[in-house]
Write a protein of this length. Sequence first.
Length: 401
Amino acid sequence: MELFRNTNIDFLGKKWYFLALSLIFSVAGLGSMLFWHHIPLGIDFRGGTVVDVKFTQTPNVEAIRSELDRAGLKNFTLQADTRPGFNELLIKLDIRETSEQALDQGKETIVKALQAGSEPGKTDLNNIGYTTLQDYFLKADPLHLGTDAAVQYGKIARSIVDFRDKTHGGVLGSLADVSPLVPAPVMQALQQDFFASNFGVRNVDIVGPQVGAQLRKQAVLATLYSLLGMLLYLWFRFELIYGVAAVVACFHDTLITVGAFSLLNTEISLTVIAAILTLVGYSMNDTIVVFDRIRENIKLLRKDTLTEIVNKSINQTLSRTVLTSGLTFLTVLALFVFGGDVLHGFSMALVIGIIIGTYSSIFIAAPMLVAYQQWRGKSVPGAPAPSASNEGRRYKSPAKA
């Protein structure tokens, strides 16, 4: 399937406009990383606690912020899920201590702050686990069971917790919600010693600062190793300049993507790093397709200049590039729009990266290849540099063509 046939766009003739555009974005991103927002690292890399809270109704972010302030918490951020009916809030707390106990205390402080004004002396049924509930039943023994009390109360506790987590999404509207599941004496005991708050903690991520530092180092090394590996592959497959041009294009894509996160002050998490590594491979694949067509045309179009060959190669692969990149872009755009906060950073990196990666294959890697060959005088064998009088002479194909 082809969208375009016999196109003759002078891509290299417009290279300076696009190189200027790349320079603007790169400088803006570097400026933000160095002087403004810096690199906004997520909890994965700087250490701290992330608590994912589900509410029975749309959370009042400002009221929650006030409660957390009163609880003495500092340097926290709130990120609400604005999709209708989701009623979720991410509470991110920076804690620099290396003690895992101190890190876990951050989660306990958040829960207590959210429970402010609740019924004193009672336990929140929305924020306890199966074991705690079973132990309560064994101690209270509302059914006066005998030797099989652990089994029977275990089943009751499991049914309540499963009903809360699987049917109600982790948060009960009230204690009355579980009344059809349990005998009357058990329900009376629950009403006496428990209450149902308007929230439930769905997930807690705790990362110590030492682990965060290791993850930062590993993320940087993973990106550098992937670029080095691709450079070596293209050196073997084509020529060294092909590998250098492709790696420079990938580094350009990574720089602009990270710069965009800095400009927008959006946190970079492990999932974002995964997206960036995906984009390195995606951009490299697109560049290799163009380079492979250039290599084929160097052998076929022996009377054309290198600039003409590169332009023709890009035009010949344009339909494939638009189809592949366009369909991929639509997919990640759907993730960005409908994926929610959990996939926001990942999908945002993919949306930016696919646009920049496709762009760099045409306007960064290809012009760099031509510029190098012209600088070295390799576009015309035996001549110091290309000229109008000898443009028609044949080109030297890559060493491993």
